[in-house]
Design a binder for this molecule. Structure first.
Ligand SMILES: CC(=O)SCCNC(=O)CCNC(=O)[C@H](O)C(C)(C)COP(=O)(O)OP(=O)(O)OC[C@H]1O[C@@H](n2cnc3c(N)ncnc32)[C@H](O)[C@@H]1OP(=O)(O)O
Ligand SMILES: CC(=O)C(=O)O
Length: 551
């Protein structure tokens, strides 16, 4: 099932029938619906610009089809289809989604069908009803009228030169209630010219063995490539999709990170590596190593916190905590890793915790480029310090600067460049002011000198940052190169409301490199101070010359 050739997308030429996939019939098609069904997820709302960015990422990843939205639903989706036409995609075909015509409209007068054509995609997916319950109770029409809706809509779209995929909504529930009718809806779709029939487990209530048996039976009845679109209400969406593919279904639909209506859709971030790494089907080829990046990109754009424990792509997917695990993995990763993390763009991590020991610390130090002798007298003390710190909420992933400072301080090889004597931050807002005013004062000691400075800033952390640099720059002019690149706050104990402990992660950089530092406190300014001060200290630790004499 090799990826025999990479199709060139033709979605910008709507009236030309999008070419049938040039790959052999045995190859799988990857159909992403992050931008349509994923956008139906609670808490997710993509702008048209967001959608274009995600479409580009999905194309780079190597998916075959990108369902961009429902043009009949809202102006944002219409705008997406307008914009995406101008974006050169290397491989993927952009697809517009909608329903069969409404019973009260002719196809020519149906606004949804007309909006699908106006989106000017070469491929259109429409969904229709397979379950008598839905025909009678949701649409309120007869079973034969429903067959007309399906047939008319597909025939019309085909007559306009579009490739048409037919989503058989609730197919499995429909088949269980009335297999003859459910199959009759599919036959009508095929007669009308549908080029794929997608069997949907819309309510997500079907079990894998039911999917297997029903897919087999449909395959015996229809001679058209099938697809699977599974929802995750029983946490079976990935299993159901794989099961369908095992029976010879060709197209798999899903979303990045499994986002979607209710409990979500089949998670492509699990299905794709399962296909490529377990079933030896090169569905993405080299693109597989970008899976984690795409997963995090979509989470970021959707404004969702990435699920740490997500298989393959989550931060914890290859994170080892138990001392026994860390010890063994260092000798051979296969002892506790089912695939190489790099194959999906992830990485191995070692956590230092109550359940770990020296191996964890040493591995972590090595990952940060610090070589530490296993038998160094300070190692047990350092393990204890790290356990305490992680227990208190510190996390050193992304905070290598603070980690190195901590290790060097514990080993006695670091001499701080300055000492904080005190800081004060004032935020003032009076009636009529344009916005609050933030001012910080800082008192530090460098050698025998005491420096006391004040600065203003856009916010309290910005003011503190300015004041600290102002105090230190005359001793260490190289600090002028340092820029604060990113500032993130995570609430660690949300149940305590405004008393909660927070973790601040700061990324700083100069013209040569970037580094991260961390602070934890119940006071956001104290946590920010720790991370800011570490950021400055780390820059000075890496300088190659002694501080200049302030004169
Ligand atoms: C399984 C799925 O995920 S399918 C995709 C679901 N996604 C969405 O619904 C998101 C986009 N939807 C929308 O923006 C709106 O529902 C619209 C624009 C499509 C329709 O809006 P409205 O015309 O105001 O109808 P409303 O949302 O109240 O109800 C849905 C309508 O679609 C009809 N409908 C539902 N499924 C189908 C179908 N397969 N074929 C034809 N009509 C259908 C319903 O009968 C109802 O029409 P009616 O009010 O004339 O009886
Ligand atoms: C079409 C679709 O999204 C579903 O049936 O779930």
């Amino acid at each position: 099932m090799a990826r025999s050739s990479r199709r060139r997308t033709d979605h910008v030429q709507p009236l030309k029938l999008a070419a049938e996939t040039a790959r052999s019939r045995s190859s799988f098609e990857i159909y992403d619906t992050t931008l349509r069904d994923g956008a139906q997820s609670e808490d997710v709302s993509f702008s048209a610009d967001d959608k274009v960015l995600v479409a580009q990422k999905l194309d780079e990843l190597g998916v075959d089809f990108i369902e961009g939205g429902w043009p009949g639903a809202n102006p944002k989706d219409i705008e997406f289809f307008r914009q995406v036409k101008t974006v050169p995609l290397k491989h993927a075909t952009v697809v517009a989604f909608g329903s069969t015509r409404k019973a009260s409209n002719s196809v020519k007068k149906d606004p949804n069908i007309q909006a699908l054509l106006a989106a000017e995609t070469g491929t259109i997916t429409i969904f229709g009803k397979s379950w008598p319950l839905h025909v009678t109770d949701a649409l309120g029409i007869s079973l034969s009228k429903n067959l007309e809706l399906i047939g008319d809509s597909i025939e019309y779209l085909r007559s306009k030169g579009r490739q048409v995929f037919y989503d058989a909504e609730h197919f499995f529930d429909g088949y269980k209630m009335d297999p003859d009718y459910a199959l009759a809806t599919l036959r009508r779709a095929v007669e009308a010219g549908a080029q794929r029939i997608i069997l949907c487990d819309t309510n997500g209530g079907t079990m894998p063995w039911e999917v297997r048996d029903i897919c087999r039976s449909v395959r015996q009845t229809l001679d058209v490539p099938l697809g699977i679109h599974a929802h995750n209400d029983c946490e079976m969406a990935v299993a159901n999709s794989i099961m369908a593919l095992e029976t010879g279904v060709r197209q798999v639909q899903g979303t990045i990170n499994g986002i979607g209506e209710r409990c979500g859709n089949a998670n492509l971030c699990s299905i794709l590596p399962n296909l490529q790494l377990k079933m030896r089907q090169p569905v993405l080829g080299e693109g597989m190593s970008r899976l984690r990046e795409v997963s995090h990109f979509v989470a970021e754009i959707a404004n969702l916190i990435p699920d740490k424990h997500q298989p393959y792509v989550g931060d914890a997917a290859f994170a080892h905590k138990g001392g026994v695990h860390i010890h063994a993995v260092q000798k051979n990763p296969a002892t506790y890793e089912h695939v190489r993390p790099e194959s999906v763009g992830n990485r191995q991590r070692f956590l230092v915790s109550d359940y770990g020991g020296r191996s964890g610390l040493l591995a972590k130090a090595e990952a940060f480029g610090i070589s530490l002798d296993r038998d160094h007298a300070k190692v047990p003390e350092l393990v204890a310090i790290l356990k305490d710190r992680e227990n208190a909420g510190y996390q050193y992933e992304g905070a290598e600067g603070s980690f190195e400072l901590l290790v060097r301080t514990a080993l006695g090889t670091h001499k701080p460049s300055f000492r904080l004597l005190g800081f004060r931050v004032i935020v003032e807002q009076s009636e009529g002011d344009q916005g609050p005013r933030s001012e910080a004062t800082v008192m530090v000691q460098v050698g025998q000198d005491i420096e006391h400075t004040a600065a203003i800033g856009k916010g309290p952390v910005n003011a503190l940052d300015h004041a600290l640099r102002k105090a230190l720059e005359k001793f260490y002019p190289e600090l002028r190169e340092v820029r604060l690149l990113d500032y993130k706050v995570r609430v660690l104990t949300a149940s305590q409301g405004t008393d909660a402990k927070v973790r601040v992660l700061i990324e700083s950089g100069d013209h040569k490199e970037k580094w991260g530092t961390v602070g934890v406190s119940e006071n956001i300014m104290e946590a920010s101070w720790q991370a800011l001060a570490d950021g400055i200290e780390y820059k000075l630790l890496r300088r190659d010359r002694p501080p200049s004499d302030p004169g």
